[in-house]
Design a protein around this ligand. Structure first.
Ligand code: ADP
Ligand code: ADP
Length: 232
């Protein structure tokens, strides 16, 4: 369902070429939890951002559900992006809005009719276990609760794909565990394909069916999590 083919991304700074992603090809299957793991600077974020074209590759192709994203008009791209949710290490909630409003805002932006918003917000907050925190502001929530709100918001468009950019890296181990369980549930119950990038091997071991290990812009290992992490 996600196909990256021979993707390269070059940056020029001070007349020096920096290759962030170096000829990477990989496929993520529908229904899978796929992990991209590696040290900081390995190219993980850049690679993840090709999937919704927040970054454009220098060369190569990006297909989602068979559609070549690089050929889409801006309008078509906006539509395709609606089927792709994203969450981040830093949550990016709007501080001046309540939990309810943060999620409602995403639904309004997605064109959901006003009369359906309340029910849909409550339903999304039930999925993430926060339906009793509607009136709180982000500053009144723990890190794990903030990430739950951002997950609810990312599900507003009924995405088929959820991209997770170091989503648990700011959280303590117990909270990480609970967010990973939630992501597993979202994958299994809602059938959403998940791609996570992380520098934490434990995260990949916990939830990913398959993973790619990146180093210096290249995929140096690719396989099932079991095969990669149980090798001697
Ligand atoms: P990771 O997510 O694994 O930490 P990144 O994808 O953020 O890695 O970065 C990979 C490499 O590309 C790094 O060397 C980074 O400095 C470089 N890079 C990323 N984005 C840019 C940019 N906008 N301009 C220049 N260099 C960049
Ligand atoms: P992350 O936590 O995603 O690894 P980074 O600190 O690597 O974040 O990058 C933050 C932002 O800065 C990203 O949008 C990335 O593309 C950009 N960036 C990273 N490295 C460079 C660089 N060397 N020059 C310019 N922009 C960069």
């Amino acid at each position: 369902m996600i196909e990256l083919r021979e993707i390269t991304k070059e940056y020029w700074s001070k007349k020096e070429k920096n290759i962030a992603v170096d000829n990477v090809s990989l496929t993520v299957n529908e229904g899978e939890v796929f992990g991209i793991v590696g040290y900081s600077g390995a190219g993980k974020s850049t690679l993840l951002r090709f999937i919704n074209l927040l970054e454009r590759p220098t060369t190569g192709s990006v297909r989602v559900d068979g559609i070549d994203l690089l050929t889409l008009s801006n309008k078509e791209l906006r539509k395709t992006r609606q089927s792709i949710g994203m969450i981040f290490q830093g949550f990016y909630l709007v501080a001046s809005k309540t939990v309810f409003e943060n999620v409602a805002f995403a639904l309004l932006a997605a064109g959901v009719q006003k009369k359906h918003i309340r029910d849909k917000v409550v339903q999304l907050l039930e999925v993430v276990g926060l339906s009793d925190q509607l009136a709180k502001y982000p500053s009144q929530l723990s890190g794990g609760q903030k990430q739950r709100v951002s997950i609810a918001r990312s599900l507003a468009n009924d995405p088929k794909i959820l991209l997770c950019d170091e989503a648990t890296s700011a959280l303590d181990p117990n909270t990480t565990e609970s967010i990973l369980s939630l992501l597993k549930e979202i994958n299994q119950k809602l059938g959403i394909t998940i791609v996570v990038i992380t520098h934490e091997m434990e995260v990949v071991k916990e939830i990913c069916h398959r993973c790619a290990v990146m180093r210096e812009g290249k995929v140096v290992e690719l396989g099932t999590t079991f095969d990669i992490f149980s090798a001697p």
